[in-house]
Design a protein around this ligand. Structure first.
Ligand code: NAP
Length: 251
């Protein structure tokens, strides 16, 4: 029994990293998958690598209203429906407050918050009509506060508020909304952070592992397993929650 047979899963920011691992796990459990990312050719390459019965890559900016509407319409037209949305697309623009530009604040808010709002609003039209849907949002341990991430931390705590509110509004229509808050996960995002602070990525990972109770850093699949659980019918009584998947490490 595959948990996602006859389901269509949309994963944003899924050309690489956590999104790609999540898309792969959905595909391996029977889902047809839409990989949404800024670059359509990168999204299409990932979609092709999933081994899904049907998968498409769509180039879309989640913070752009028209782009989001067109992307969701394309998913429904080409994959025959939509049942699961994972709001995973993300960016960082880290800096201490006194050096943070308004543009970097706006970019981070726009991708994480406006993006999750626009994608959820577009998807709920389909979900409400069919009285079935799952939304999983990506928060972060940084929501609890992290030096140099005033923008990102604010956005990721905002994601938790959005999650609780959408769970309340959409629950009566058979839609579960939850969030996963990853700790340190090995992706391009954490490697870029290492380079920005002048540490080589391997040393950066070792330091993070040493501070983590389970004594390792996370891999994208550690998040994919949590996301797919929350998107499955096994979690149908879980709503409005943020699950920290961080090896026990809180900032
Ligand atoms: P990643 O490797 O940087 O991948 C993020 C993906 O999102 C990229 O493919 C990126 O496209 C895409 N993207 C960025 N802006 C977009 C937009 N406006 N519209 C559509 N796609 C967009 O990041 P990751 O580490 O896998 O992170 C995935 C999610 O988990 C993010 O929400 C992140 O904040 C969260 N998270 C990550 C960690 C971690 O340790 N890695 C920890 C906590 C939370 P481009 O390549 O074209 O920029």
């Amino acid at each position: 029994m595959q948990r996602f047979n006859d389901r269509v899963a949309i994963v944003t920011g899924a050309a690489r990293g956590i999104g790609a691992a999540t898309a792969k796990r959905f595909a391996s459990e029977g889902a047809n998958v839409a990989v949404i990312d800024l670059d359509e050719s990168a999204a299409a390459a990932t979609a092709e690598s999933l081994g899904a019965a049907k998968a498409i890559g769509i180039g879309a900016d989640v913070s752009d209203e028209d782009s989001v509407a067109a992307a969701v319409e394309r998913v429904v037209a080409e994959l025959g429906g939509a049942h699961i949305l994972v709001n995973n697309a993300g960016v960082t623009r880290d800096n201490l407050l006194f050096k943070m530009s308004a543009a970097d604040w706006d970019t981070v808010m726009s991708v994480h918050l406006r993006g999750a709002f626009l994608m959820s609003r577009a998807a709920q039209q389909v979900f409400v009509a069919q009285k079935y849907g799952k939304i999983v949002n990506l928060s972060s341990v940084s929501a609890l506060g992290n030096r140099g991430q005033a923008n990102y931390s604010t956005a990721k705590m905002g994601v938790q508020g959005l999650t609780r509110t959408l769970a309340i509004e959409l629950g009566p229509f058979g839609i579960n909304v939850n969030a996963v808050a990853p700790g340190f996960i090995v992706t391009d995002m954490t490697d870029e952070t290492a380079r920005r602070v002048g540490v080589d990525p391997e040393t950066f990972r070792e330091a993070a592992a040493a501070e983590t109770p389970v004594r390792r850093v996370g891999q994208p699949d550690d998040i994919a397993t949590a996301v797919t659980f929350l998107a499955s019918d096994e979690a149908s009584f879980v709503a409005g929650q943020t699950l920290y998947v961080d090896g026990g490490r809180k900032l």
